[in-house]
Write a protein of this length. Structure first.
Length: 206
């Protein structure tokens, strides 16, 4: 079981309290925990506009959060894993999110927007416009972006979030993940956690 902890400006300082609660319940060693940003352009999170971190801002917040946890004796920094094929279920053929009424979406950030649906569990065949929504996700390919092809963290990122990459529609890249900005500091922190000597990282992108 993996627990995703959504982080915005309201709870960044209190997010570690969840780990304390899990530890008290003797669960911390039995589950995985990771922190992720709340994205304000997601329809279900529209009420949080102004409380969310920007894409280039969150990696620094994430690093600081792990630094705090490390100082408290908790290490959650895992080595980044190479992504095979896709970093998200949204642009895989059989990845779906099911809404309470049975409407199907490719991404949970599309929930609540019927115009973004791709079908329904109650209907055997989607409407043509729903099929187009479905195919738009499957057509997303980071290798079509020169910036992605040349990026050293492409295997970890695969162009980032397909939904935001499609909406950004940038000519040279997708939606860069946190590893683009904090890979060096996070690896240095992991090194320290394993008993290595202090590593000084001079650039957040190094």
């Amino acid at each position: 079981m993996t627990i995703r902890v959504n982080v915005d400006r309201r709870n960044e300082s209190s997010a570690p309290e969840l780990l304390e609660d899990l530890e008290r319940r003797a669960l911390l060693d039995r589950v995985g925990v990771y922190f992720a940003p709340v994205v304000e352009d997601a329809l279900p999170c529209g009420s949080l506009r102004g409380r969310c971190f920007g894409a280039a801002e969150f990696p620094g917040t994430l690093t600081a959060l792990h630094e705090r946890l490390f100082s408290e004796g908790r290490v959650l920094v895992a080595y980044p894993e190479v992504t095979f094929g896709s970093a998200c279920g949204a642009n895989t053929e059989l990845g779906f999110v099911v809404a309470p009424d049975g409407t199907l979406y490719k991404c949970w950030e599309d929930l609540g927007d019927p115009a973004a649906s791709v079908g329904s569990v109650h209907v055997s065949k989607p409407e043509p416009w729903q099929r187009r929504n479905h195919d738009r996700y499957l057509a997303w390919d980071p290798f079509e972006k020169p910036g992605c092809r040349e990026c050293e963290v492409l295997p970890l990122c695969m162009g980032g979030c397909p939904r935001r990459a499609i909406r950004l529609s940038l000519p040279d890249r997708g939606d860069c993940c946190s590893w683009k900005h904090n890979l060096g500091p996070m690896l240095a922190l992991r090194h320290r956690a394993e008993g290595g000597k202090e590593v000084v990282v001079t650039s957040p992108d190094s």
